[in-house]
Design a protein around this ligand. Structure first.
Ligand code: CA2
Length: 149
């Protein structure tokens, strides 16, 4: 089964444990279960990771080259700071969908800019963890389109 990589940046391991007014009550385990379920319904499997370290996210993007059909990424705070993650995604050949649990555009001005959005095929923000499900469906759709003759 073709694989979709789902990546989560710093502090997302705390999902559901703090700041429910911003990020909801669901945990990262709930996000993983949702992605697995949505991907399976589309005939895909997922590889799911979270890290608080920028280099680890970059290494996973590198390893995804030639091994996965698309990436769903919530780079968390690295969204607003990381040219290195953008460069890694630019070297990746498949579709990329950027997800944010909160609506970053309703929040502080420093969250309005994303280094990743210029590379992403779609950006989903403010749909809660449901956004991951939409992102998996979109990546599956784009991956199928890419494969079609
Ligand atoms: O809305 C999102 O998904 C964000 O990517 C989350 C990041 C934030 O820096 C981005 O601007 C928007 C923060 C992730 C921190 O997650 C926590 C979850 C629960 C409790 C504390 C932090």
């Amino acid at each position: 089964m073709p694989t979709i990589l789902v990546l989560n940046g710093p502090n997302l391991n705390l999902l559901g444990q703090r700041e429910p007014h911003l990020y909801g009550a669901e945990t990262l385990a709930d996000v993983e279960a949702l992605c697995t379920r949505k991907a399976a319904a589309e005939g895909f499997k997922t590889r799911f990771h979270q890290s608080n370290r920028e280099y680890e996210l970059i290494d996973w993007i590198h390893a995804a080259r030639g091994a996965t059909v698309g990436i769903v990424i919530n780079p968390a705070a690295f969204t607003h700071t990381s040219v290195a993650i953008l460069d890694a995604l630019n070297a990746y050949e498949g579709p990329v969908v950027e997800v944010h649990v909160s609506n970053v555009h309703k929040r502080e001005a420093f969250r309005h800019h994303s280094f990743v959005s210029g590379r992403a095929d779609a950006v989903i923000a403010g749909a809660g963890i449901q956004g991951y499900g939409f992102a998996v469906e979109r990546v599956a759709h784009l991956a199928r389109q890419k494969k079609a003759p």
